[in-house]
Design a protein around this ligand. Structure first.
Ligand SMILES: Cc1cc2nc3c(=O)[nH]c(=O)nc-3n(C[C@H](O)[C@H](O)[C@H](O)COP(=O)(O)OP(=O)(O)OC[C@H]3O[C@@H](n4cnc5c(N)ncnc54)[C@H](O)[C@@H]3O)c2cc1C
Length: 387
């Protein structure tokens, strides 16, 4: 009989299963389709601590440390390349925005984002267009392979004893007589002492069933990948004034994204690619690297993501039901947080607390009366779109 049921075989569900199983708990993970089918397996692979909401920074830095040690943790590097991430400014005004951001972080004791001038940007990326005025450089960030990462965590979780059931969509959850009872399609049911809600864009339904209604929204996010080009950029590159993030893989292809939103349907479990929007994004890339104009697009796709109104996730215990931990709503930047997210869930279940600061991610923050986060200056609106 399981100690913990995890709903969702994305990166956060899988990482939770791994950390819990390593602490000796019997874990059953239930996945509606196949593990890594949604956001966690189809994202841009950006391992980015930069541009984050202040509340997320301690988690992102702790997670990045784990990214650098993945072979020790899961026996696979998950395709992680510590290439650095560079967020460029294209005007003097944008450079000022970056300067302010770095100043704010330094005043709070964070030094991971460094301001670099146009000359330093050109030293890092010689092919960049001459109008670029500077950048924020984060040397220890990078990129990884999303599906490989989910799979590596899955295999490690299974080696530690976790049992994964795919094609097992959960329909109802209920807490009765000290246990969670989970009813799935086809009449299957499971029970355990603890429950983890890591169902991504679908997690709102389970939060509501547990008595923790939250305003989680579903959105599609698009990516496209080009034909091969000779090597021209090593860091992951983002822009300040427009939605853009891209990277070149060792095989020469260029992955282009950056928070490009599109329609998505929870019922159909599908995001719909918006071609005109993708074309605009491709133009941004060729503005920065004019030599890429003749390059063709190989394929484009959309993933389904859970967005919270304040663009930071829900991570923490239920306020309404016992022995339930939520981890969802990663708002387009949850891949990087995967390794630490599972550790936090395991801390909460096995110790009832975690050493990482998670108060800002409480599930009831939207129903409590509290000062708006924007008023406290914690949100950086221009960064909400970045992955
Ligand atoms: C195109 C795209 C690009 C992105 N790029 C980046 C990036 O570069 N860097 C970054 O940090 N983040 C990025 N993200 C965001 C990141 O991918 C997500 O925040 C993260 O993967 C969320 O993980 P998750 O485990 O919470 O959700 P998911 O990966 O969505 O996993 C949830 C799982 O729950 C399952 N599920 C749903 N309902 C049920 C049910 N009823 N029963 C059982 N299982 C169920 C789903 O099938 C799914 O597998 C991107 C996202 C997208 C879509």
């Amino acid at each position: 009989m399981a100690d913990v049921i995890v709903i969702g075989g994305g990166f956060h569900g899988m990482s939770s299963a791994l950390h819990l199983a390593r602490r000796g708990l019997k874990v059953t993970l239930l996945e509606a389709q196949y593990c890594g089918r949604h956001a966690s397996g189809v994202n841009a692979g950006g391992v980015r601590t930069s541009g984050r909401d202040i509340a997320e920074i301690p988690l992102a830095l702790a997670s990045r440390e784990m990214w650098h040690r993945l072979p020790e943790l899961v026996g696979d590097d998950c395709g992680f390349v510590p290439s650095g991430q560079l967020k460029v400014s294209e005007t003097e005004a944008e450079f000022e925005v970056l300067r302010e951001r770095v100043r704010l972080l330094q005043s709070l004791g964070f030094t991971h984002e460094e301001l670099v001038d146009a000359r330093q940007v050109r030293a890092l990326v010689p092919a960049i267009a001459p109008h670029v005025t500077g950048a924020i450089w984060v040397r220890d960030d990078g990129h990884a392979l999303p599906f490989r990462a989910v799979t590596a965590f899955r295999l490690a979780a299974e080696r530690a004893g976790a049992v994964v059931h795919e094609e097992t969509p959960v329909e109802r959850i209920a807490h009765r007589a000290g246990r969670w009872h989970v009813q799935c399609a086809g009449g299957r049911s499971f029970s355990a002492t603890h429950l983890v809600n890591a169902a991504g864009a679908w997690a709102g339904e389970f939060a509501a069933q547990a008595g923790d209604p939250v305003p989680v929204e579903t959105g599609g996010l698009m990516l496209m990948i080009t034909h091969r080009a000779p090597p021209f950029v090593n860091p992951v590159l983002g822009a300040t004034g427009r939605a853009l993030s891209f990277k070149q893989f060792a095989n020469g292809t260029v992955l282009i994204g950056g928070g490009l939103r599109c329609p998505a349907s929870l019922a159909q479990r599908h995001g719909e690619v918006d071609m005109p929007k993708l074309a605009a994004s491709a133009r941004t890339v060729t503005d920065l690297f004019p030599h890429l104009q003749p390059l063709g697009i190989n394929r484009a796709w959309a993933g389904v993501e859970a967005f919270m109104p304040d663009n930071i996730p829900v991570i923490g215990p239920s306020r309404a039901s016992p022995n339930l931990v939520h981890a969802f709503g990663f708002s387009a930047h949850g891949f990087e947080l995967g390794p630490i997210g599972g550790r936090i869930v395991a801390d909460l279940i096995t110790e009832g607390r975690t050493t990482l600061p998670i108060a800002a991610f409480a599930v009831d923050r939207f129903s409590r009366h509290s000062p708006r986060r924007e008023e406290s200056g914690l949100l950086q609106p221009q960064e909400k779109e970045l992955q």
